[in-house]
Design a protein around this ligand. Structure first.
Ligand SMILES: [Zn+2]
Length: 333
């Protein structure tokens, strides 16, 4: 993994490597590419003697997209996904759930800063992403005190302690707001930052130094650009190093389980052994797209053949570690 060794050689000091996921249903196998790449980066860092922490988060603060009162919907799918990691030799040092972080108050300083600098945030969206928010728009959503939903509320004012908000019936397609308007405290789990701000706040909160992201987030004016600008200008911090990576495609298109397009990660992990599955993600460089159709007649046999060819070609050469023994022996010193 030359690219990971080069990355490790280019940094110094303790490293915090972060990845997070917003599950909106069954997670497809392509989503494993990020965790596998991060695991390789972590191993490369530790092989160079760098103290390295691997964080994996779930953005589940507003999980009830079905509006069926089943708050653990995102959590359920995220847990099934996370449960695959250990079998692949991926062992983050810490998992965090944003639905647990917000109530602790740890996000409150970032919520306050974002609200204090609402005009600057609107300006960043306009400059970086060409998104024009109304002058009353504030970068926060709060839990409606009447109906309990978050996704349906918009914040229109901020007096330094409380926010003015509206619960709008037709703000989003997947839920109907109740029409309530009022003032409430945004702190202690009653408010949630929009994704771009939440991401930038995570970098500050956890001291993240490296965070790879999928290419859909890394486009010009996209999520990463917005969060980078928010980190610098709103939270006064340099964003982490990015390692953009390509998609896993099926039939030339990005896998997407919401479109019924791609195979569930946990199903594939049951069929393909860990060595071959890791090999599948790591054989190409991060910036190369991979095509995979597990239902295709020869996709899996081809993967095994290629793995065997590589294994034969490297037989007898020095191997840095073997998969099963790796991360346990390499815990932080
Ligand atoms: Zn409401």
């Amino acid at each position: 993994m030359d690219w990971a060794d080069e990355l490790a050689a280019s940094v110094s000091g303790p490293q915090v490597i972060n990845d997070s996921k917003t599950p909106s249903g069954t997670v497809h196998v392509g989503s494993l590419r990020g965790p596998v790449l991060l695991d390789v980066i972590v191993r490369a860092m530790r092989a160079r003697g760098l103290e390295t922490t691997y964080l994996y988060g779930v953005d589940d603060m507003d999980p009830d997209q079905e509006s069926d009162g089943h708050a653990s919907y995102a959590r359920h799918h995220a847990q099934i996904f996370i449960d695959i990691f250990a079998g692949l030799g991926i062992r983050p040092d810490r998992y965090y759930w944003m639905s647990e972080i917000y109530p602790t108050g740890e996000m409150d300083p970032f919520i306050r800063k974002a609200l204090d600098k609402a005009a600057l945030v609107r300006d960043i969206y306009r400059r970086v992403a060409n998104v024009q928010h109304p002058d009353t728009w504030h970068p926060l959503q709060v839990v409606c005190e009447n109906c309990g939903k978050i996704g349906t509320t918009i914040v229109t004012g901020w007096d330094g302690e409380r926010v003015a908000y509206q619960c709008r019936p037709s703000l989003v397609e997947w839920a109907t707001g109740c029409g309530y308007t009022g003032w409430t405290s945004p702190f202690g789990g009653r408010g949630k930052l929009p994704w771009n701000l939440e991401w930038a706040a995570q970098w500050s909160l956890f001291g993240v130094t490296i965070e790879p992201c999928g290419k859909d987030l890394a486009t010009a004016g996209g999520s990463r650009d917005r969060s980078d600008a928010i980190a610098r200008e709103v939270f006064d911090r340099e964003p982490p190093l990015n390692v953009p990576y390509e998609f896993v495609n099926i039939g030339g298109k990005k896998m997407s389980t919401s479109k019924g397009h791609g195979a569930a990660a946990h199903d594939v992990a049951e069929v393909i052994p860990p060595e071959q599955l890791r090999f599948f993600f790591l054989r190409p460089k991060p910036n190369q797209a991979v095509e995979f159709d597990p239902d295709g007649t020869d996709a899996i046999p081809r993967l095994f053949d290629e793995f065997d060819r590589f294994a034969a070609a490297t037989a007898g050469r020095e191997v840095r570690e073997v998969l099963a023994a790796r991360s346990r022996g390499r815990r932080r010193r």
